[in-house]
Ligand binder design. Structure first.
Ligand SMILES: Cc1cc2nc3c(=O)[nH]c(=O)nc-3n(C[C@H](O)[C@H](O)[C@H](O)COP(=O)(O)OP(=O)(O)OC[C@H]3O[C@@H](n4cnc5c(N)ncnc54)[C@H](O)[C@@H]3O)c2cc1C
Length: 288
């Protein structure tokens, strides 16, 4: 059987344009899949042939290594339906775009998400959030592919916590989310968005490729402060550097590899443990 049956297939593809760190990563195949039947057939084929794979959203929370010996699946499922304050959206729809679309409908809740360059699927998976809010607070149900069967998980079936969810403990692919937002005012929401974006611009190194915060904040502490207090701002390995603007960001200064980023992460984890006896937990996912 040809892989072309399952979607748009790229062989020996460099995922440079598919990750916000902008690292080069050659994968055996990148397959863009636009419907559930094809996705189900593809997963079946990969399982039967023992081929390893992972699902990528917008690649804004992952660390790719130089070579991945398997298949990368990217969904192209972008439907959007807004009925009163209930929103149903396909997994590959961009979260920041959804925030603006819902504001246009005078719905409030996702203002914090403007500036987050992820898909809604990837965002639900890791419970993306900011300013004490997160996507998990709005999810009513999620349609997933689990054991290659379509299932609907209700909000009570899913556990969301700070930058993590029970979805990460299951082997599933998110297909569609239904969110419940609040009635709001477009003007007030836009003012909040402006404030959030200005805060990001002032505090984050947005002029360089990155994948946002590297570590989760330990309870009551800031990972960035711990790293800064080690004197690590500006420290680099290869092309990867701990940002001088925000120490919980690793930036690509031009030619970083995923391996450079991983090495820098190992160094931070080791030194934070030595100095503070704290085990930092990675927010980003290493794909290797
Ligand atoms: C400048 C910048 C600022 C950021 N600010 C924030 C912030 O304020 N708050 C925050 O939480 N994050 C932030 N991030 C990180 C990132 O944008 C979010 O975590 C985002 O939700 C990740 O979505 P993604 O689609 O890019 O996921 P990816 O990076 O593509 O994937 C992340 C994980 O989700 C899995 N995944 C993706 N799609 C699916 C699917 N359909 N089904 C199953 N698993 C899936 C992947 O396999 C992977 O394990 C920032 C990143 C950048 C670059």
């Amino acid at each position: 059987m040809s892989l072309d049956n399952f979607g748009i297939v790229y062989k020996n593809k460099d995922l440079y344009d598919y990750n916000t760190y902008k690292v080069h990563s050659i994968v055996n195949y990148l397959i863009i899949v636009s419907n559930v039947v094809k996705l189900t057939n593809l997963i079946d084929y990969l399982n039967k042939n023992n081929i390893k794979y992972f699902v990528i959203g917008n690649g804004s929370n992952i660390i790719l290594t130089s070579v991945y010996d398997g298949v990368v699946i990217k969904l192209d499922m972008n439907e959007l339906e807004i009925n009163n304050n209930e929103v149903t959206v396909g997994a590959s729809y961009m979260l920041n775009r959804l925030a603006m679309d819902t504001i246009e409908h005078n719905l409030s809740g996702l203002e914090w998400a403007s500036g987050i360059p992820g898909s809604v699927g990837g965002s639900a998976y890791g419970n993306a959030g900011a300013y004490n809010d997160a996507i998990g607070n709005y999810i009513e149900e999620i349609e997933v592919l689990e054991n290659n069967h379509i299932k609907v998980l209700k909000k009570n079936d899913i556990f969301f916590e700070y930058r993590s969810s029970s979805l990460q403990k299951r082997d599933l692919i998110i297909l569609k989310l239904t969110l419940k937002l609040k009635k709001g005012s477009k003007q007030e929401s836009l003012a909040l968005v402006k404030d959030r974006l200005e805060r990001r611009l002032a505090s984050q190194p947005l002029e360089y490729p990155s994948a946002g915060s590297v570590f989760r904040n330990p309870e009551g502490l800031y990972a960035g402060k711990l790293i800064e207090d080690l004197g690590f701002k500006g420290k680099s390995i290869g092309g990867a550097e701990i940002s001088s603007k925000h120490a919980n960001f690793i930036i690509n200064k031009g030619n970083a590899t995923g391996e450079d980023i991983k090495e820098l992460i190992q160094l931070i984890i080791k030194e934070v443990k030595n100095k503070y006896n704290i085990d930092l937990v990675l927010e980003q996912k290493i794909i290797d």
